[in-house]
Design a protein. Structure first.
Length: 326
């Protein structure tokens, strides 16, 4: 079955084609809205929704042409049903349902985080199940135990800011603009190790939950004290990475699992990957272009489910808040 995947949960429009029979990704394309939102210092939901409307049809035509397929070849459609920005989700849902209805093919809503969680299965080096997944992005920081498609158990999650959100907010404090996560990570490369000591929130809490709001506040205090920006960045990144790695190791130990998947935008962070490698963890990542939001992960997740799941009922069903383990 040829599956079209549609991702419009936030500020990236992603469209992809996955061949379920050949088990391979045929084509995918992503349009990022970063340049548009940069002037506002963050995502403007109304602008995001309008841009998704403009991008979906041209991107769909592009990937069909790249794959040498026609719209009539589609056998199913998967779209991001949630979580995310309500207006942005509605754009993808309405497009998916309208196209599915016109073609007479099933349409299935996919959990955005399930897409990220399964995205390493599109890589050449793929994890077997079971595995522990660290989902770490601008909106989410969670540890999940995965026994198979649809079989997920939440182990721990952030109690306030997600790691990526804390990266962006701290970068803004240092005048690095939006999105600040990659810039903060780059600045940290030139920072002096150990010049500043920042807290490791919940490192010894005894559970697998996270908290990054207090760490962001501690970084703010250093900025107000006119601390060296590169050294502040280094201290901040080191603190976040230490917590993420320690909690991931604890999750592996508590579940008796040997494999770790790291997915989401922060999964591309150089310092995090280096720390994981240093600990000797058997860790799996999506391909670099699949770390951020994309349609490929939605198409893949939909392909795994369409043969056994009931398609979504007609209508624009979206879930801005949606618990993956529910």
């Amino acid at each position: 079955m040829l599956v079209l995947g549609i991702e419009t949960s936030c500020d990236e429009t992603g469209v992809a084609l996955y061949d379920g029979d050949e088990r391979r990704l045929l084509a995918h394309a992503v349009h990022s809205q970063v340049a548009m939102h940069e002037a506002y210092g963050g995502v403007v939901p109304e602008l995001a929704s309008r841009d998704h409307i403009q991008r979906l049809v041209p991107l769909t035509r592009r990937i069909l042409e790249q794959a040498g397929r026609k719209i009539g070849d589609l056998g199913g459609i998967g779209f991001t049903e949630g979580p995310g920005l309500a207006g942005a989700l509605l754009v993808g849902a309405s497009f998916a349902h309208a196209l599915g209805e016109s073609l007479g093919i099933p349409v299935l809503g996919i959990h955005h985080l399930e897409g990220h969680l399964l995205s390493p299965l599109l890589s050449e080096r793929r994890p077997g199940v079971p595995f522990v997944a660290l989902l770490v992005s601008g909106g989410h920081t969670q540890l999940m135990h995965v026994e198979g498609v649809g079989r997920y158990r939440l182990l721990g999650e952030t109690q306030d800011d997600a790691a990526g959100e804390a990266f962006d907010k701290t970068a803004k404090l240092l005048g690095l603009g939006y999105p600040g996560g990659p810039a903060l990570s780059a600045l940290a490369e030139s920072g002096k190790l150990g010049r500043y000591q920042l807290p490791r929130p919940m490192l010894t809490s005894g559970d697998l939950d996270f908290s990054f709001s207090g760490l962001k506040t501690a970084a703010l205090m250093l900025v107000r004290q006119k601390g060296e920006p590169a050294d502040i960045a280094r201290a901040f990144v080191d603190a976040v990475v230490e917590v993420l790695v320690a909690k991931s190791v604890r999750a592996l130990e508590s579940t008796g699992t040997k494999r770790l998947v790291v997915a989401g935008g922060v999964g591309a962070n150089k310092q995090l990957r280096a720390a994981m490698e240093k600990r000797g963890i058997d860790v799996y990542y999506p391909e670099p272009e699949l770390c951020t939001d994309n349609g490929a992960m939605i198409a893949f997740a939909a392909a795994q489910r369409l043969n056994s799941a009931e398609p979504s009922s007609p209508g624009f069903s979206v879930k801005p808040r949606w618990d993956l383990s529910a």
